[in-house]
Design a protein around this ligand. Structure first.
Ligand SMILES: *Cc1c(COP(=O)(O)O)cnc(C)c1O
Length: 368
């Protein structure tokens, strides 16, 4: 099999030991299996730095978007209105969810290379008492920008509203003091910084706000409170659970602890990212996001200007040598992205840099 490592924001490269867990078939109502689900739920609260009294966690089948849609469609009531702060495709996806679920929303749309401004959020909330919820993305994977959810959370709490955060590509890859930052619902998924495989999302919920959502759900399969009620009893998933994915995730959590927890993982990702940007800049590439707001998860680079750069050639050349990078997600500029999360180390980044430098030399030799 021709294998390569993924320099993408998830699914990402996982360890062989995580993959090996999936060789076992499990029965969904078996006590041992249900105990694994409960262990995962506990561990997630620990990683979020919250107490079991104030917060609880729910696992939800599907990819990350299913988790976001589950929160929106289950928590925001018929008389409520949500302020969506966006600066990328994932923030904008929240507005699509609202459209489908017929949830009233206000869109505070920031340009992709700037972060939503907390004082602007405070101003909008002061002007519109009808807004009950505020939602935003932490690490906007569209560009790699890291948003200031701490400052926005403060404004949301000061105004007494509920705060929903999509921390899909940041949770597990950096410390997020969930309670301190005023987050009521945080969504992430199995195949990002915890380094599991795709198959479910998880939601860290403030207990009282979850319980207060009774009767709001617009979907049966994505009903967050119903899912929680079933899972809270003894770890049973409401409908067929992704058993192999759950086992892999439990192993991934053990490996996160063995690495030294979130601080150690953050440091590794930061090291990967700093090395990547430094070496890419030496070769003449420019990052799209300025260094003050660049997160350490994924980086968007402009196409090099001087040559007739062909992304497909570039992608194929790198993939044949062991790494898969990612196309850009900006609509108005030619860019590509390189992720540095997953089972990726500075040695991988060094290898990638070497491959890219050889690509550039070869293209020059061909007079292109
Ligand atoms: C990955 C990701 C999602 C979820 O995408 P899915 O394709 O549904 O897994 C949502 N938000 C952000 C910021 C992401 O990085």
């Amino acid at each position: 099999m021709n294998t390569y490592k993924l320099l993408t924001p998830g699914p990402l490269t996982t360890t062989d030991t995580v993959k090996r867990e999936m060789l076992v078939d499990r029965c969904t109502w078996d006590d041992d299996y249900k105990a694994i689900t409960q262990e995962i739920r506990c561990r997630l609260l620990e990683l979020a730095g919250v107490s079991d009294k104030e917060y609880t966690s729910v696992l939800m089948q599907g990819s990350g978007t299913f988790g976001v849609e589950s929160v929106f469609s289950s928590i925001i009531g018929g008389q409520d209105k949500v302020l969506i702060c966006s600066n990328g495709a994932y923030g904008e996806r929240m507005t699509q969810i609202c459209g489908r679920c017929r949830i009233p929303y206000i869109h505070y749309q920031q340009v992709y290379d700037k972060t939503p401004d907390a004082s602007e959020v405070a101003r909008i909330l002061a002007e519109d008492p009808g807004i009950t919820h505020v939602a935003m993305v932490h690490s906007e994977t569209t560009s790699g920008i890291l948003n200031d959810i701490q400052a926005v959370g403060k404004a949301v709490k000061a105004a007494g509203r509920t705060f929903i955060v999509d921390a899909m590509s940041s949770f597990g890859g950096m410390e997020i003091p969930v309670a301190e930052w005023g987050i009521d619902f945080l969504v992430s998924s199995a195949n990002k910084c915890i380094q599991g495989v795709p198959g479910f999302s998880f939601i860290i919920c403030r207990r009282d706000k979850l319980l207060a959502s009774e009767g709001n759900a617009r979907s049966l399969s994505l009903d967050l409170l119903d899912q929680w009620k079933c899972m809270e009893k003894d770890g049973k998933w409401r409908f067929t659970s992704p058993t192999h994915v759950v086992l892999a995730f439990a192993q991934a959590l053990k490996e996160l602890a063995a690495e030294g927890g979130i601080p150690a993982r953050r440091r590794r990702y930061e090291e990967n990212n700093c090395l990547l940007i430094r070496e890419m800049e030496k070769m003449g590439f420019t990052a799209y996001i300025d260094s003050a707001h660049q997160g350490h998860i994924i980086t968007t680079f402009f196409y090099p200007s001087e040559t007739s750069f062909c992304f497909e050639d570039f992608y194929r050349y790198i993939k044949e040598r062991g790494y898969a990078i990612y196309p850009g997600k900006l609509t108005d500029m030619d860019t590509f992205r390189i992720g540095n999360i997953g089972e990726i180390y500075p040695e991988d980044i060094q290898k990638l840099i070497h491959i890219i430098s050889e690509f550039l030399v070869e293209r020059k030799g061909e007079g292109k």
